[in-house]
Design a binder for this molecule. Structure first.
Ligand SMILES: [Zn+2]
Length: 300
């Protein structure tokens, strides 16, 4: 057997190795008991509603969430998916990093998973405290709330269909970004809230299924630092048709609520806002002009 053939055989016969040991990440501040409490904080009367809003069908809205507050995206009228972005409220250069989140956790997120920010910050922006769907993975390998799709956009739509579309999630998020003083370049890959997706077993292509979400379902997060969050109600509704298709499923609005946990509840458990990476930022260089992690944090 040639060296190359031996390498191919080695790869084919070796069991997959989970590349990132998620159990080695720093523990959640406040511990699992706090996060279990937060999961039912609203139902238990341990949180006060601060604000609520509606994301109209085929549009986007944003909201601010102070560190230590909860927010939930709620299915109120019918099956509808949302494409969600989030940024540090003080520095839009720090934003949700789907690919590292995917590597650390999974293709699809659920209760207990954290939403990580991009480098050089790399810290938890938020943690999912409740996922009422808890779909797991079905026989086709599909799950819910993926970080594998990007977002529907007018550029790809034009390539696929030859038609201009202006209510794609990317455009909805871009219009909201302008309203927030941001630009199209601040819009980034999303958490596909309520969306049911996977990769086909034979060709490994991205697929969707009708969202299993039903009125009353919600996905709830704890803000691990001060955040700006934005979400688009996808013009594809429950995404039961292909992207760029002329058939458009019914589009519904979604609800958003922001809740403040009981005073002292988080602090008593030892929780505090997340901190940006303590990596030196030198990347093997020895130039004293390179900024250190501490200097970077001071610019936030
Ligand atoms: Zn969309």
């Amino acid at each position: 057997m040639s060296v190359a053939a031996a390498r191919r055989a080695l790869a084919r016969t070796t069991r997959p190795l989970v590349c990132y040991a998620v159990e080695n990440l720093p523990k959640k501040k406040g511990g699992d008991a706090l996060y279990a409490q937060l999961r039912t904080a609203v139902a238990d009367g341990n949180a006060t509603k601060q604000d609520s809003l509606v994301i109209p069908a085929a549009d986007a809205r944003s909201w601010k969430v102070p560190a230590g507050h909860l927010w939930r995206i709620i299915c109120t009228e019918g099956p509808q998916v949302a494409d969600m972005n989030c940024w540090s409220a003080h520095n839009p250069a720090e934003r949700f990093y789907t690919s590292k989140t995917r590597q650390l956790h999974s293709t699809h997120l659920t209760t207990g998973d954290r939403l990580w920010s991009n480098m050089p910050y790399l810290r938890p922006l938020a943690t999912i405290v409740e996922d009422t769907i808890s779909y797991g993975f079905d026989e086709d390998g599909a799950g819910v709330h993926d970080v594998i799709g990007s977002r529907c956009d007018p550029y790809t739509n034009l390539l696929l269909s030859g038609r201009e579309a202006n209510t794609c999630c990317h455009s909805n998020l871009t219009r909201q970004a302008f309203r927030d003083g941001l630009t199209e370049f601040d819009v980034h890959d999303v958490l596909n809230v309520f969306m049911c997706t996977g990769f086909t077993k034979d060709t490994h292509q991205y697929f969707t299924k009708p969202s299993p979400v039903a009125p009353g379902d919600y996905l709830e997060f704890l803000a691990e630092t001060d955040l700006l969050v934005s979400a688009s109600t996808c013009p594809q509704g429950d995404v039961s048709t292909a992207c760029g298709s002329v058939d458009s499923p019914t589009q519904y609005p979604l609800g958003v609520e922001i809740w403040r946990p009981r005073d002292g509840m988080l602090e008593a458990a030892g929780w505090s806002p997340s901190e940006t990476s303590s990596y030196s930022g030198r990347h093997g260089l020895h130039d004293s002009s390179m900024s250190t992690a501490e200097e970077r944090r001071m610019t936030l």
